[in-house]
Design a protein around this ligand. Structure first.
Ligand code: NAD
Length: 260
């Protein structure tokens, strides 16, 4: 389905980004990975998903908090892959603290990585998409793009920003073959959430299993984690012709979290 298309997934050395890259690779897309830490393991997983599709696999280690590095990554995509057809804005970090104790450098980092990075990657990807009259921008927002939770001021502000940006860019491209949408996951068991579970277990002196149960019970009526594979499936739908006129939505995949 995606043969001949190139997908750049930011923050794809782990968790949701890697899961989405794998699902896109299974459908024949060429993939550019990005993110910190070991890139060889994730590259091997994506290569296995590609099988014999003949698609190309690349990696760029841009720090998404740095505009010049994002620009270098987009230049690499243009030079080596002929541009980006599917941009998945996924890189993200979290910090949990009440506003009066929220470190200002954490605020700056979360706004830079979770919000401004998506602005920069999108503004740089859109001209190439316009030239081909086809493109997909899919930003991984969060249930926290739709509702708030205490102690997550920067994250919730950034994710609401992603939902707003999605609507604006969807309107600006509404008469073209480019669609711009957001996905709003509930809890997904990745390193980003495992840290919150471990902190909770330590703070409340309970087991990790108990902390996991509490975390789900508090927010997610299904009492189940959403999986990276499910989010990859939703991203695939957004890339399909059936979604040609799906524009500017913030699509929850959250076990009922935001239905409450
Ligand atoms: P994760 O920690 O498993 O992965 C984050 C990825 O981002 C990693 O590849 C990491 O290297 C990369 N990254 C971090 N800072 C970066 C930077 N400065 N430059 C480049 N790459 C950077 O986290 P995850 O849970 O897979 O989260 C992915 C996205 O999904 C985030 O935007 C997150 O807010 C969002 N999200 C996660 C959940 C969840 O429950 N896990 C729920 C809703 C939304």
């Amino acid at each position: 389905m995606l043969n001949g298309k190139t997908a750049l997934v930011t923050g794809s050395t782990s968790g949701i980004g890697l899961g989405i890259a794998i699902e896109l690779a299974k459908q024949g897309a060429s993939i550019i990975l990005n993110g910190f830490g070991d890139a060889e393991g994730p590259k091997a997983e994506v290569a296995a998903a590609m099988g014999a599709s003949g698609a190309k696999l690349g990696y760029h280690g841009a720090d998404m908090s740095k505009v010049a590095e994002i620009e270098a990554m987009m230049a690499y995509a243009a030079a080596e892959f002929g541009g980006v057809d599917i941009l998945v804005n996924n890189a993200g970090i979290q910090h949990v603290a009440p506003i009066e104790n929220f470190p200002t450098e954490k605020w700056d980092a979360i706004i830079a990585i979770n919000l401004s990075a998506a602005f920069h990657a999108t503004r740089l990807a859109i001209p190439g998409m316009r030239a081909k009259n086809w493109g997909r921008v899919i930003s991984i927002a969060s249930a926290h793009g739709l509702v708030g939770s205490a102690n997550k001021v920067a994250y919730v502000a950034a994710k609401h920003g992603i939902v707003g940006m999605t609507k604006v860019v969807a309107l600006e491209t509404a008469t073209t073959g480019i669609t711009v949408n957001a996905i709003c996951p509930g809890w997904v068991l990745t390193p980003l959430v495992q840290k919150q579970i471990d902190d909770r277990a330590a703070n409340e002196k309970i087991t990790v299993a108990q902390a996991t149960k509490e975390l789900l019970g508090e927010k997610e009526p299904s009492l189940q984690f959403t999986t990276p594979e499910q989010l990859g499936g939703l991203a695939l739908f957004m890339c399909s012709p059936a979604a040609d006129n799906v524009r500017g939505v913030a699509w929850a995949n959250d076990g009922g979290w935001t239905a409450q």
